[in-house]
Design a protein around this ligand. Structure first.
Ligand code: FAD
Length: 416
């Protein structure tokens, strides 16, 4: 029997890690707190329809290196290329303007992806493999990383309604914790390794809105369902806050308002002022989202916090490692949280591969894995911390610097 690798968390990072492990012949078990997200009754992460993400080179490369033919094509096929950002505002004469700023002079793009959709493709791919088993509704509650044992609380509809839970014990050779920003794996890992840990909530909350797709009349171009350019990430910078819109394949846009908590509180106490607030700070949005819908989204959708986490090391001996948000949750302004998590998977397995040798016995495998995990922690910490810092800095870039004269100057030069 092959090495038993258990993955905690079936988000994008856990699912890709499971795929990499399965491709190497491990017996893989995936444990996920929630029910299967492919089941329409599953509450999505963050309790909204789904967040749209920018998939970029880091993530694309990691998917490409999974060794699964056609996987990248399937994922990219469900995305929309975004060539740049589109800045919206009002000029001195009061006219609405939009200004495109390309990401790359060679025309390379980011891809707008539906987080849930991307996750589903990865889970479908895993399901097709004989050496992968899923355990949904299993929540990691404890782990003994010396004894290679973990405990999971199992819930189903009946036990949950009766307030009863069953606990199971699972043995493993190697545990990969990809259980997100509030990682239980990380919490238990801290008891085994001298982990430095830093957590910061920034004073910004986010709330989701939708620009709906326009109906397409017969004979009309399919692209006419998009109200604004579908090949841009749209930004309404507001200096202290911002509103963004990312295209979806169905012609709608998933929009996010990022704003300090004090502004949220002020608007919560008087939501009817929201359209005026938008007209002042995000000109043009109320012609894309009717004021009634703006208010409904604001009062119905959650106002969620943003967290930045740095820690190190990420592993304990040969037993466990944390990846993705569990290791380095970051604020979303650099569009790299998931991408960096997917990249973790690629780096982790390339280091494990470098150290492994065919036909070695279990004892050697264990030693080699401990060496590889130590190298991974050492190698990855600096990059992960740097990406976290860049993500924080890019908030200023997106909400304020995009309207600085530097960009206007560049545009002027391009036009010359
Ligand atoms: P998660 O997606 O959090 O998945 C963790 C999984 O573990 C979940 O399924 C959870 O149910 C499960 N779990 C949790 N606890 C347990 C437990 N105890 N036992 C078992 N299972 C458990 N990133 C980008 O790259 N580009 C973007 O454009 C981008 N935009 C963003 C916009 C917003 C508004 C936000 C909030 C984030 C954005 N991100 C973006 C970040 C991205 O969403 C995360 O980095 C990514 O989802 C992390 O993936 P993950 O698999 O590590 O963790």
């Amino acid at each position: 029997m092959g090495q038993k690798t258990i993955v905690v968390g079936a988000g994008p990072v856990g699912a890709l890690a499971a795929l990499y492990a399965a491709q190497r012949g491990h017996e893989v078990e995936v444990y996920e707190l929630r029910s299967d997200l492919r089941d329409p009754s599953t509450t999505p992460l963050n309790f909204t329809k789904s967040i749209n993400l920018a998939l970029s080179e880091r993530g694309i490369n990691a998917i490409k290196c999974s060794g699964r033919a056609d996987l990248l094509e399937s994922i990219i096929g469900e995305t929309i290329p975004m060539r740049g950002r589109m800045i919206h505002g009002r000029d001195k004469s009061g006219e609405l303007y939009e200004q495109g700023q390309d990401y790359d002079i060679h025309g390379r793009t980011l891809y707008a992806a539906d987080r849930g959709g991307l996750n589903k493709i990865l889970l479908d791919e895993l399901e097709s493999l004989p050496n992968v088993k899923f355990f949904f509704n299993h929540k990691l509650t404890g782990a003994d990383f010396r004894k290679h044992t973990a405990w999971f609380e199992v819930t189903n509809k009946t036990t949950a309604s009766q307030g009863r839970h069953k606990e199971i014990e699972v043995n493993f050779d190697f545990l990969i914790g990809a259980d997100g920003a509030h990682s239980s794996t990380r919490y238990h890992l801290m008891k085994y390794t001298r982990m430095d840990y830093q957590q910061e909530y920034i004073d910004t909350l986010w709330c989701e809105f939708q620009i709906t797709a326009k109906p397409v009349k017969s004979g009309q171009d399919e692209n006419s369902r998009f109200s604004i350019s579908q090949h841009h990430l749209h930004i309404w910078p507001g200096k202290e806050f911002m509103f963004i819109a990312i295209p979806s394949l169905d012609g709608s846009f998933t929009c996010t308002l990022f704003m300090p908590s004090s502004h949220f509180s002020a608007l919560e106490s008087n939501p009817s002022t929201l359209p005026t607030f938008f007209n002042t700070h995000f000109p043009g949005v109320t012609s894309l989202i009717p004021p009634k819908d703006l208010i409904t989204s604001f009062t119905t959708n959650p106002h969620l916090p943003l967290l930045s986490i740095k820690c190190t090391p990420y592993h304990f001996l040969s037993s466990a490692v944390i990846l993705g948000d569990a290791a380095h949750a970051m604020v979303p302004f650099y569009g790299q949280g998931m991408n960096a998590g997917l990249e973790d998977v690629r780096f982790l397995f390339s280091i494990l591969d470098k150290h492994s040798s065919p036909n070695s016995d279990q004892e050697t495998d264990t030693k080699v894995r401990a060496t590889a995990l130590a190298e991974y922690s050492e190698f990855r910490t600096r990059d992960a911390h740097a990406i976290n810092d860049l993500a924080l800095q890019n908030y200023v870039e997106m909400r304020a610097s995009v309207v600085s004269p530097v960009y206007k100057g560049r545009k002027w030069l391009e036009e010359k």
